[in-house]
Design a protein around this ligand. Sequence first.
Ligand code: NAP
Length: 542
Amino acid sequence: MASQHQPDYDVIAVGAGFAGLGLIHYIREAGLSIRVFDKASDIGGTWTWNRYPGAATDSEGYYYCLTFSKEILQEWRWSQRYPGWEETLGYMHFLADKCDLWPHIQLNTEISSAEYQEDSGQWLVTTGSGEQFTCKYFISAMGMISQPYIPEIKGVDSFKGPCFHSSRWPQEGLDYAGKRVGIIGSGATTVQMLPVMAETAAEVTVFQRTPNFVMPAVQQPMTDEWEKDIKENYDEIIAKCRNHVFGMAFDSPVGRNLADTPADEVQKIFEEHWPRGSFRFVFETFDDLLSNADSNKAAADFIAGKIKEKVKDPEVAELLTPKGYPLFAKRPPLDHGFYEAFNRDNVKLVDINQREPLVEITETGIRTTENHYEFDIIVLATGFQAYTGAQEALGIRGRNGILLKDKWESVSASIMGVCVAEFPNLFMITGPQAPFANLPTSIEQNIMYITDCIRKMESEGYDICVPSQAAEDAWVAHTAEIHEQTLMAQGDKVHSWMMGANIEHKKPRVLIYFGGANVYYDKLRESADGGFPELAFERMAG
Ligand code: NAP
């Protein structure tokens, strides 16, 4: 360890996914030292943990990437529209190799606490094995959707076979061919996993509480022609992402509201866009689907009709059809054969919402109020403690020893999802009350903001930046006001993780800034250009 005045590193970050990797590049460009710790045995974050069958991006791969190196954008070749986890992880390795990021990364190292030291203005970071490091800036690069959530299910530890959370899929792989598999949960993870597992498993049974609006992904191979077009237009693609409400390279707003469009024209537009795949169905059809309840209902009804077309058994189709909540109040998954999988003889759907609620996991399977189902493998695809879970799990203490977890007990407050009052020199990449968008776009915008702030501090000789309580209160109020105006606010009715409503015993809350990712990126830029008015910069005495 260095002296009290000279920290071991300028920056310590936790998480070697997109956020940690991008941060190394930008911080190194600023001439500062950085160490990125990750408890995993590889870089990749989401893409090293989520190795379940079928795991793939829901963003189209060519803009699900970091953009600081034009050379890498030109050199890397995606094989398909939605790359699988192996391919995205391969891209991240390529990036780490090309940019020589490895010397700054320490894997297999869990950070157990990070404490702000009032006397030095530095952070003291402690690893699980008790090693300690100091830094001037402590940055959470732990990801928005990384902390697994396993609900309280009686007997969860009693099953004799493999039983694990979907994001803890055995790294060495798991042979499920010819086995009976039970999956609890029917969110985006299960939507991807089911069709792949059903191909070789003896049977797969999905225990569903709430059905989702699942839209077609439409996987496509990357052709030479398509790749050429992308690579010739990367600047435009990056600009599109930067200027889009969802951070994606979409042609929207389209300048057309469903509310003003004749009904037959609406159906024609929906039909035309449905086979194109991706979230484009929401963003490239009409501009009012997420703000006007009637327009949203028309889109929801259209999707319900498609479910009935795809699923042969009308009773199963009915169970799979969402009811009583608007499209996007839960994050809609993308379909790679999910609905069609229910037409197979070896796939079953169990409604644990009304017909037969879950009772317990037993030594040999899952018991509902009506039946006992025998399995060889149980997958808990039960979601994540999104936005706050990873930071709360790590003992982050700010001024006067305040624990971040305690501060967030009732309101997960922040300034633009990046800073937190009472936590000087702490930054988060996509923390609570940042938007939900194409993640690499948001991550890079956050990193640029943070790096600009750090550059200012270093060039002007500041020791601490103190996030203003008034600025935090203003952001919390602004985010809540916008939230209330959106249809997403109804997510609390259906356990949406976007409001933390999936976590039992926790009050639903405003976790996301829904004012548009592009508007948010503008706000970050305005703040940086204006000298970061939300932060007070101080020099230590002596
Ligand atoms: P999720 O969407 O939160 O789904 C969790 C599932 O577990 C839900 O079906 C939920 O039912 C069920 N569940 C939770 N607690 C339960 C309980 N106590 N009893 C019964 N059922 C319970 O989680 P996920 O599928 O892992 O996806 C989470 C997010 O990760 C996605 O929305 C997405 O943003 C991201 N993700 C992205 C990709 C991608 O981009 N390729 C892939 C996978 C995941 P309820 O719905 O009733 O709560």
